[in-house]
Design a protein around this ligand. Structure first.
Ligand code: HEM
Length: 498
């Protein structure tokens, strides 16, 4: 029976019914400490325990992951669903399914098309220059500082440019950046206790959950404030669209999402839903891209020779009279970005739950704990999965025997993806932006933002790590850089280049 097969799948033991393996998975000193060893030991599909004895499958097997990410019967688990509705509001694209999801993505995808992203280069470069100026005006060069707050702010400005356009009230973005940071710090402060609360969330009735929104707790206050600001942005945007009904384009948020007139039901979404989509996109784009950019700078600070070579590449690409650099033709820049995307995927785990019985295909058989050979896995409705993005990006069967090693030069030696046909994802066979219908719509913009910001920063500043560097990647919904004391912090020494 399906249950027998699941029970036969190997995996680490857990000593606690209460926590299962979740503390090792989510609270390790460095993300993946246990997970990557489990993968070495048990292979690309294994079984772990969630809190309260719940069964979960970790999957990085490309065929199994592809199935889970493409078949329409997989949804987020109940705790994720409740928290995302709480943060973004009901009707958000992340939880939308089937027809509705396709519709929302058809509105969203043109905003992030290759053509539109390419056209945003000059604006991005200006944003990059502004970031450099701002770091200088704050007097940061010459010091060892955490510049991630400034990076996030600059990224949110670009995402704001992409979806809000030239709004007169753009000052709001500064407040929004701060509040997004604070909300994220609150919800991502993962502790033993918060793990249990999270595991209990599915059992809390929806109406109680909604009432909890109004509690006078700091997190709820922040979430309400975040809503207030984004509701206001949405209102301004709708008003502006109505005042300008004759100007239309086929790739702007306000033209795609906002109905041409308030009674039209064929186009866009109702006015009251606009803030939900604003919140989702502004949130999804900021933390992920900001975190990835931070890791690129961190690794460059650590690899000073590589940084020198990259600076030379940048100097040649940006030499006077050459026009704007073609960022895709800068091998050292892209090798570093790809290697960071590979080993520091902003979302290391994508949770999914089966809503129907199904059969999970495998690209290679598993040996069950009773010695039997398992060629495919019958799954019962309700089964929870983690699509282990960070583990997939480290599979030796795809990336070679040195898959665990951070080595940007692998990208300079031909295609590092060794398993043709099994690679997933929209970029470089990496799963970092996911794959399938829910693939990250912002991936091209994210890469361009990182390319441009790294170019502008490395051109102007020399980066190095302080002697007492203790930065580790920790799990906090996304991967967050934290120092040994556990504080979110990415101290890098920056010096202006003479
Ligand atoms: C390095 C940067 C980024 C990474 C690694 C990343 C990664 C991801 C991943 C893994 C997902 C799927 C999550 C899941 O379904 O479990 C996702 C979804 C999403 N991302 Fe990104 N993302 C990045 C940047 C961006 C940017 C810049 C934007 C927009 C400005 C964006 C907007 C979204 C949205 C709206 C979704 C939900 C899509 C859907 O559910 O259909 N992301 N991203």
């Amino acid at each position: 029976s399906p249950q027998n097969v699941i029970n036969c799948i190997p995996g680490p033991t857990s000593s606690s019914w209460l926590y299962g393996n979740m503390l090792e998975l989510l609270l390790s000193k460095e993300y993946g400490e246990h997970e990557f060893q489990w993968q070495e030991r048990y292979g690309p599909v294994y079984s772990i325990k969630g809190c309260f004895g719940e069964s979960r499958l970790m999957i990085s097997d490309p065929l199994a992951a592809k199935y889970v990410l493409n078949a329409p019967i997989f949804v987020f688990g109940a705790a994720h669903q409740k928290s995302m509705n709480c943060l973004f509001g009901f009707g958000n694209v992340v939880l939308a399914q089937a027809e509705r999801h396709r519709y929302l993505r058809s509105l969203m995808n043109p905003i992030f098309s290759a053509k539109r992203v390419r056209a945003s280069r000059p604006n991005l470069k200006e944003r990059g220059n502004k970031l450099v100026d701002r770091l200088e005006s704050l007097g940061l060069p010459g010091n060892t500082v955490d510049i991630s707050g400034e990076l996030h702010r600059a990224i949110l400005d670009v995402v704001g440019d992409a979806i809000l356009g030239p709004l007169p009230e753009r000052d709001v973005i500064g407040d929004l950046s701060q509040i997004q940071r604070s909300v994220l710090d609150c919800i991502s402060n993962i502790t033993k206790f918060s793990q249990l609360v999270y595991a209990a969330v599915p059992y809390i009735p929806e109406f109680v959950f909604r009432l909890a929104m109004n509690l006078p707790l700091p997190t709820m206050h922040l979430i309400r404030e975040h809503r207030r600001i984004t509701d206001e942005l949405g209102r301004i945007l709708v008003q502006q669209k109505r005042d300008n009904e004759d100007s239309t384009s086929d790739d702007e948020f306000s033209d795609l999402f906002i109905r041409r007139n308030s009674t039209d039901s064929d186009t866009g979404v109702p006015d009251e839903q606009i803030p939900v989509h604003l919140r989702t996109i502004l949130f999804a784009g900021d933390d992920t891209t900001g975190g990835t950019l931070g890791w690129v700078l961190y690794r460059l600070a650590q690899m000073e020779n590589y940084q020198h070579a990259l600076r030379e590449e940048i100097r040649l690409a940006t030499a006077k009279g050459k026009g704007d650099p073609d960022y895709d033709k800068m091998p050292l820049l892209n090798a570093m970005i790809n290697e960071v995307l590979r080993l520091y995927p902003a979302f290391p785990l994508a949770e999914r739950m089966a809503t129907e019985d199904c059969v999970l295909p495998l690209s290679q058989p598993i040996i069950g704990i009773d010695g039997s050979q398992i060629l495919e896995i019958p799954i019962k409705k309700g089964q929870l999965f983690f699509v282990a993005i960070a583990s997939y990006n480290r599979l030796a069967s795809i990336w070679g025997s040195d898959a665990l090693e951070f080595r940007p030069s692998r990208w300079l030696e031909g295609d590092p993806c060794k398993a043709k046909g099994l690679g997933l994802g929209p970029h470089a066979s990496l799963l970092s932006f996911l794959s399938g219908p829910a693939v990250c719509p912002g991936w091209r913009l994210a890469i361009l933002m990182i390319q441009v910001f790294v170019t502008e920063l490395v051109r102007k500043f020399a980066l190095s790590l302080p002697e007492n560097d203790s930065v580790r990647a920790r799990f906090a919904v996304t991967l967050v850089a934290k120092t040994a004391d556990g504080a979110p912090n990415l101290p890098i020494h920056i010096e202006t280049i003479a």
